[in-house]
Design a protein around this ligand. Structure first.
Ligand code: GLN
Length: 494
């Protein structure tokens, strides 16, 4: 790890603006780390030429005194974001060779703010997964190791490449997306900060769709301040996305006062799961103490429909996915199967989809098609939608009763070994038990590293905020971060 790649975005911004560092130097340091870290399999499409060009442009802007917050900051971009002229495959073989003609709104805004793209980051196929093992590029490796063991661990998923790259200091920050926990769970598994904004805060335009009513882009960074800075550049109304909110983007960084006196933090009893490891319970207790010591009031609350969240999510998300993924048919994007004599259009669709999609994606498409089918629509899909409304109402009632923020564990365990749960989808789905409620309710949620388990692996806490109150949420996260004082780094870096 070089001193340069270890800088936070805020630190680098200061040095760049002061002329102590050039975007070119910082970019070269990161490109070197990316090159040397192949064993992590985090970057799957590297874009050094683009990075160098953007760094040169950033240096010119810095010289001219026109330097937005991200000017000259090297980032990694999840493969789910369409980047113009650069492979954007959503971790899937079905998008082999797909190079979009357009730029996603979020990446366009980041580049307009001067950010430098190092390349595209590995992820679970179409963002379906919790371990980054469903990717067509192969799994990502977590830069952390448990104790003296050399066993490779998952960085979590689906934004596993983003998590691993930020934790291993390959880039200063990364974009992620979160449909059921894919920013927060991997952030917790590698000891970084991951923020899922309120649904509608960031445009979904140009982001390959998984489940459109749940998907939301967000930043994955070394610390809370960096998350605030990155979110500022990613957020904003976009006429190209009818679900993007027409709201002004506040100065999220300015919200980081470190003062949470008088804030009311809710502790939901339903998040105390049976069989939850004692270490997670202890971490949660420490988190409560930290917030109380910082002047917040703790209040026990009930979110009674929590137990139905996972089943509802695993009906709604596959239903939407089955519809969204219908467009991959071999006609318009990416891969097309080789056809035999006599094959018609139906065979082309079938062969292309059979070859192009991996097992988890096929499972979701089949589940989704089933729950949307005429005979089962009411029994599954409509019922799940009703449950979703009840889950949302639980949160609304909590906030109406005066709760400002809700504190929960981020994940039910620390990072696990690769291969361990891969053939057990239901076990894998349990990873999302603390995070999916937030997507179902459209709320902002953030994972903050808060400690290590007995094997020396990072554990995260989750804070859930009121809709559109990311500033307040980030400020509470900032207090938690300062009290937790998490400074440990992974055993692998470059
Ligand atoms: N792990 C969850 C899933 O597989 C969430 C994924 C995500 O947030 N993209 O659906």
């Amino acid at each position: 790890m070089s001193d340069l790649t270890d800088l936070t975005i805020a630190e680098a911004r200061g040095k760049l603006r002061a002329g102590e560092l050039s975007a070119g130097e910082l970019t070269e340091a990161c490109l070197g780390a990316v090159e040397a870290s192949g064993e992590l399999n985090a970057f799957v499409h590297k874009t050094p030429e683009i990075a160098r060009e953007q760094a040169a442009a950033a240096d010119a802007r810095l010289k001219a005194g026109d330097a937005p917050d991200l000017c000259g900051i090297p980032l990694g971009i999840k493969d789910l974001f369409c980047t113009k002229g650069v492979a954007s495959q959503a971790g899937s073989a079905i998008l082999d060779g797909f190079k979009p003609e357009y730029e996603s709104t979020v990446t366009r805004q980041l580049f307009e703010a001067g950010a430098v793209m190092l390349g595209k980051l590995n992820m679970d196929e179409f963002a379906m997964g919790s371990s980054n093992e469903t990717s067509t590029y192969g799994n990502v490796v977590n830069p952390w190791r448990a104790g003296n063991s050399e066993a490779a661990l998952t960085p979590g998923g689906s934004s596993g490449g983003s998590a691993s790259a930020v934790a291993a200091r390959l880039c200063l920050g990364a974009t992620g997306t979160d449909t059921g926990g894919s920013i927060r769970q991997p952030a917790a598994f590698v000891g970084i900060t991951g923020l899922k904004p309120t649904y509608g805060r960031c445009s979904r335009w140009g982001i390959v769709a998984f489940a459109s009513s749940l998907d939301q882009a967000g930043p994955m960074t070394k610390d809370v301040r960096d998350a605030a800075i990155m979110l500022g550049a990613m957020a904003g109304h976009d006429p190209m996305d009818s679900t993007s909110a027409d709201l002004a983007v506040p100065d999220f960084e300015a919200a980081l006062t470190g003062d949470i006196r008088g804030k009311v933090v809710g502790i939901p009893k339903e998040y105390r799961m049976e069989g939850m490891p004692q270490e997670i319970e202890d971490l949660w207790t420490r988190g409560k103490e930290m917030l109380r010591d910082a002047g917040a009031e703790l209040r026990d609350i009930s979110l009674p429909h929590t137990k139905y969240a996972l089943p509802a999510y695993y009906v709604i998300a596959p239903a939407e996915a089955s519809s969204n993924l219908a467009r991959y048919d071999g006609v318009r994007f990416g891969h097309r199967a080789k056809l035999s004599q006599g094959d018609g259009i139906t065979e082309m669709y079938e062969k292309t989809r059979a070859e192009g999609f991996g097992d988890e994606v096929k499972r979701r498409v089949m589940v989704g098609t089933y729950v949307l089918s005429a005979g089962f629509y009411d029994a599954y899909y409509n019922r799940a939608r009703k449950v979703r409304t009840l889950i949302k109402r639980d949160f609304e009632q909590a906030f109406d009763s005066g709760i400002d923020t809700i504190l929960t564990p981020a994940t039910p365990s620390a990072a696990f070994e690769l291969g361990q749960t891969f053939d057990d989808p239901v076990q894998m789905y349990l990873n999302d038990v603390f995070t999916v409620t937030v997507n179902l309710a459209g709320l902002p949620g953030i994972a903050v590293p808060a400690g290590l388990d007995s094997k020396g692996l990072p554990l995260g806490l989750q804070l859930i905020g009121r809709p559109w109150e990311e500033g307040d949420l980030l400020n509470t996260a900032y207090c938690l971060e300062r009290s937790a004082g998490f400074v440990e780094k992974p055993s692998r870096w470059w």
